[in-house]
Design a protein around this ligand. Sequence first.
Ligand code: LM2
Ligand code: CA
Length: 477
Amino acid sequence: SPVPLQEGDGDTIVHLFQWNWDSVAAECADFLGPNGYGGVQVSPPQEHVVVPYSEGGNYPWWQDYQPVSYRIDNTRRGTAEEFEDMVATCADNGVRIYVDAVVNHMTGPQEGGSVGSAGTEWQQYEYPDLFGDGGAAYSRDDFGPCYDTIEDWNDKWQVQNCQLLDLADLDTGSPQVRARITRYLNGLVDMGVGGFRVDASKHVPEDDMGAVIGALNEVPGFGGAPHVYHEVYGDQTVPYTAYTPYGQVTNFDYKRDIAAGFANGDITGLTSISDHGGLSGDESVVFVDNHDTQRYEPTLTHVDGDRYYLATAFMLAQPYGTPVVMSSYDFRGNETEGPPSAPEDGNPAGWITRDSDCSTSDWVCEHRNETVSGMVAFRNAVSGTGLTERAQDGTARVAFDRGEAGFAAFNASGQSWELESETALPDGTYDNAAGPGSATVADGRVTASLPADGALALHTGGECEQDCDGGGEPGEP
Ligand code: LM2
Ligand code: CA
C-alpha cells in the first residue's frame, strides 16, 4: 500500500540479532530506509572469545558478550571495512547504527587462556592488545576491586563491582580504564555510528558511566551527541533512574506490562498508563521481547504468532518510549548454538555468520512482517501527536486516535470485533497500515470488522488511491 517515505526521521530501531555487516547494509538500503525505520541495533562488534565444543559451546551467539579486545576487524560478522561500509550505507538511507557496547567486563575464565576471534591471545584478566597497535592493554589491576561472583543482589556495591556470570569486571573507577572504553566508543562514533545500547549498564557504577558518556564525540553526519540507551533491569537496589541522566534506559516494566496484557487479552488499561516502572516515555526504550527475555521470560515472542505481532503493532502505535523491534534467529531452544555459519579463509575463528535470509524460517525477520513494517509508517505519520482513547469493548479491545493524524484499533481476542467509533481522522478511505484491507471514515465515524487478533491502523498520507479495494475487511487476506 502507498505510504509516504519518512527517510531519516523515523525513531523505530530494529535489533538485527547476529546479522553480519553486509546483510545489515543490504537491509538498510532495500528495506529499512524505504520503510521508515530509524536505526539498527547490531550485535557487539568487538573481538570476542571463541567457544568451541570442548569449551561448552558450538561457537554460540553469546561469544560476543565476552570481549578480548576493542578491535572490530575479524569478528564472526565481518571485517572492519565491511563494518564501515555498513555504517555509511545505512546513514545514506537515513538509518543509524546502534552498537551494543560491552564495557562492564571482558571474558569469563577459560582453562589456560585462548585466542580471540581476531587472533589476540588472552587469559582472564590479561588482554595484551586492546586496539591492535600494541599500545594499550588491560591487566589484573584494571579489574576489580572485586574478583568474585555477585552473591547478594540486594547489595549495590556487589552488583556494580563484583562479577556478573564470572565475567572479569573492569574497574571503571580507574581513569585509565575509562579512557580506553571512551577510545573504543569514540572510534565508533567517528566512523558514523549513531548510538549505543550499553550492555549491563546497571553493573557499572552510575558516576563512572556518566563520565564515559560525557566524553563521547558528536556524530558526524547525523550531528549531535550519540543516542544512548542503557540496559538496566531496574530494581530496588539499582533503580532505572540511576542512569537516566546519561541516556534512556531499557524499560523492562513496560515489556512486562505489554507482553502480559496482550498474552492475557487484558489490554484496555494499557492506553492510559503514562508511567511504566516509574519512567516517562522520553526516558524509556520499549520492546515486547529481546534476545534475553526470549529465553528467561518468553511471555510473548514470534513463536506466539498473531498475538505477538498485535502487541508489537500496539507498541508502535502508542507514543510512549522509543521502540525496539526484535528480529530473531530461531535457535529452537538450543541456545548453545551459533547462528548459521560458513567456513571462510582468513577468518581466524574459522567461521563467519552466513548472510541473513528472510525467506528461510531460521531468520525470523519480525521487522519485515507486514503488520510491523506498516506500523512503522503509521508511527512516523502520527509522530508528535497525543493519544485519545475512542472505543473499548470488554478488556481485550481498544481503539484510539493519534491527534488528527491516525486512528488505531486492537482486538486481542479470539473473536472478530464489529467496531464503530468516533475519530478525529478526516473523512476518507484509508489503507490499513496494520494489515490487508482498508476502511472508510464518514461523518467522523469509522466502521470496520477486525478479525480475531487483528488490528486496524489508518493514517493521513495513507489514503487509498481510486483503485483501492473498496473497503474490504481489514485483516483479511
Ligand atoms: C547482557 N546484558 O546485561 C546481555 O544482554 C546478555 O545476553 C549477556 O549474557 C550478559 N549481559 C553478559 O554480557 C550472555 C549469555 C550468557 C553468557 C554471557 C557471556 O546470556 O549465557 O554467559 O553472554 O558470554 C556464558 C555462559 C555462563 C558463563 C559465562 C562466562 O552461559 O554460564 O558464566 O559465559 O564464562 C560462568
Ligand atoms: Ca562492574
